[in-house]
Structures are given as structure tokens and as C-alpha cells.
Ligand binder design. Sequence first.
Ligand code: ATP
Length: 219
Amino acid sequence: MAAPIGILGGTFDPIHYGHLRLAQEVADKLRLAEVRFMPSGTPPHRSSPGAPAEDRLAMVQLGVTGNSLFTVDPHETLRSGPGYTVDTLTAMRAELGPAQSLVLLLGADAFLELATWSRWHQLFTLAHVAVAYRPGFPVDTWQSRMPQPLAAEYNARLMRQPLGVHTASAGGIVVVPIAALDISATLIRDAMRAGSNPRYLLPDQIIKYIQEHSLYNGN
Ligand code: ATP
């Protein structure tokens, strides 16, 4: 079976080292062939003055440059209307066939929200889910924070052997501990609006892009 392909969706408003380390560490630990970054379109529930979809996409492209494991899929970014992950995965599955293992990468905070996603049970028929721990979600308490339907899926699908994502093409949940980087896009936007220097939270070339395009300086 071909090595699994990872998918990392997000707003990436902007992409930062938390995202890049998540992708790198999960790719290493699960021996993924590739991680596809999928910036969302303009989500209807986000009203904060973030960057336009085209700029978020351009920043993700800059962020992955130089890493041969990382690619960018602009599918969701450029379409109008809400893009649901389940539809994106269905299209990928149709393109790649039933044998290709797919792994949806999620931070633990995003995983806890999974039961609010459109047709979320169906996600497991299309891909595995890899949950990466990030700061604030200690391993011993997070299970108690899962809503019941999610806990049921978690208990039924948890694979103790993470490399199990190589032997089935979808349906498992794996938990991958990653280095805790307490960085969020919100922190970066707030820092930039307050005029403080965001260096070392995200790549320099993205800071340059933000400055050249006058992003995140509104109130
Ligand atoms: P915001 O602060 O705007 O909510 P964010 O920094 O959390 O944004 P998203 O684009 O919402 O970034 O996140 C995309 C994915 O990356 C999610 O699965 C999220 O859990 C994960 N992620 C974001 N920041 C980190 C981090 N510092 N460490 C590990 N995972 C992260």
C-alpha cells in the first residue's frame, strides 16, 4: 500500500510555526508521503478582520516552500460558499481510489469540535484522523472533554499502533504527541495590531508578506 497522505485544513490566518511543526512531526511519526495544506475559504462564522482568502493562501504557499513533504491544495480556499471537509475528502477519495490511505491531521482543540462538523461520522469512512496534542490539552484530562458521540467514536476507533494508518486506508484514530508550541494565529494578529514584533512565531518571509500587504493592522 502506498504511504498515507496527510491533510491539514485550517484558516491559516496566518500560517505559523505551530502549524508547520504539527505537520512535520505527524508526517515523521506516521511516515506520511506528503502533507497537503488546505486553507479554508472565507468561513461564514468568522467575522474577525482577518486576511482575505487569497492572502491566506499565498502565505501558506510561502510557508511550505522548501519542504518537499509539504504541498498546498487551494480547492477549498478559492471556492465560494462554505467548504466542508467531508466534501473535500470525498473528492480526494474519488480521485485517488479506495486503496490510498488518507489521514486528516487535527490539533486536539479542533478534534474536540469534530462532532459539530457537517456529516462528521462520514469522515471516518474517508480517512483516518490523527490528533496532535497541543498546549492546554493534557493527555490525562482531554478524554473527559469529548462530547459523548465523539468519545464513542474515539473509543471504537483508537489505534494503539500509529503506523496502523499504513495498513488500512481510513477509519482509525491515532494520537500523536507533538512539541508544545503555544502559538496561535490570534496571538499573532493581536501582536501585530498592537505593534509588537511577531518574529520567531512564524517564518520571516510571511511577516514580510503581511507588512507588504498591510494585513492585520486594522482594529
Ligand atoms: P486562530 O487563532 O485564528 O483560531 P489557529 O492558530 O488555532 O487559529 P487554525 O488555522 O484554526 O489555527 O488551525 C488549523 C489546525 O492547526 C487545527 O487543527 C489546529 O488545532 C492546529 N494548530 C493551530 N495552532 C497549533 C499549535 N500551536 N500547535 C499544534 N496545532 C496547532
